[in-house]
Ligand binder design. Structure first.
Ligand SMILES: [Zn+2]
Length: 291
């Protein structure tokens, strides 16, 4: 009887314990949840084939891959889908995820042009730079940044998506590029797929618990660690934006990460800042953000 009473007293306390966690969805895709609200950034299970690159043919979200991603990541509800920009490897599936989960999609005018090509279209909410969006206990501040050049050489499909977008591969122009500073009582998060430091990130230096940091298009290992990671001073760094290219995202479950160079980045970060926690994300596996 005493045990039963104790259980009744303890249980609500245990169940009321909030938690903050994330799951990597492949490439720069991340889902963040506090158990009540789930935010999704750049989900992209759909991959282009060689013919898309060669002939610029239609690249539409693959609904089977999208539902597989949601099922494997055990995502049942979504409160908001956020786009960092509209290159295909960030934006091809955002509108489909928003439709499936009946969630709004957030971004700039280029995201709007993608949603307009859908019928029915998902609910689109336009972001204003530095104007926070409140979703449950999450306060999400969108920060405009520039897109890094590819291999320091050229900008891939710059400019916004034109009106009349109809899913042709080369219509997925860069669009408006955003970072997101996400505040939550259990920990603050910076989502930046950029790979190169953006001065606006400095404002959040010392206030970031978890930094989801893009590694593609970085200048060098040194530059990424010195100018991107160490300036933000996050407690935990989770590298994102690496891929298995034409293969299905599921290959990432085998932790097969060709050419991503994660080991070198981790080694240098540990050398320069031994107290910073490095978390190599594994596809669909939970990362605790409030431990
Ligand atoms: Zn891009």
């Amino acid at each position: 009887m005493i045990m039963l009473l104790l259980n009744l007293i303890i249980q609500p306390i245990v169940f009321a314990k909030d938690s903050l966690s994330a799951k990597w969805l492949g490439v720069a895709g991340v889902a963040i949840t506090d158990g009540k609200d789930t935010l999704i950034f750049d989900p992209v299970p759909t991959k282009p084939s060689l013919s898309h690159w060669l002939f610029g043919t239609e690249l539409k979200s693959d609904v089977v891959r999208v539902s597989t991603m949601l099922r494997k990541a055990e995502i049942e509800r979504v409160s908001g889908v956020f786009m960092s920009h509209t290159h295909f490897d960030h934006a091809v599936d955002g509108a489909e995820v928003a439709l499936m989960m009946r969630a709004p999609i957030y971004g700039g005018v280029s995201v709007k042009r993608i949603t307009e090509a859908y019928s029915p279209a998902p609910k689109y909410i336009e972001l204003t730079p530095e104007k926070p969006v409140q979703i449950g206990k999450f306060k999400i501040t969108p920060i405009r940044r520039g897109h890094a050049p590819i291999a320091s050489l050229f900008h891939f499909l710059p400019g916004e998506i034109a009106p009349g977008f109809d899913f042709k591969f080369y219509q997925y122009r860069e669009g408006e590029t955003w970072n997101y500073f996400i505040e939550h009582l259990l920990g603050n998060i910076l989502f930046d797929q950029g790979g190169r430091f953006h001065p606006a990130n400095k404002k959040y230096s010392g206030r970031v618990d978890t930094y989801f940091a893009g590694i593609a298009n970085r200048r060098s290992v040194e530059d990424w660690v010195d100018n991107s990671i160490l300036v933000v001073k996050a407690k935990r760094v989770v590298p994102i934006h690496f891929d298995v290219f034409f293969l299905k995202s599921e290959w990432l479950e085998k932790q097969w990460l060709p050419g991503a160079g994660l080991d070198k980045l981790e080694r240098m970060l540990k050398e320069k800042s031994p107290t910073t926690k490095w978390v190599t994300p594994v596809l669909y596996q939970k990362i605790n953000l409030n431990e």
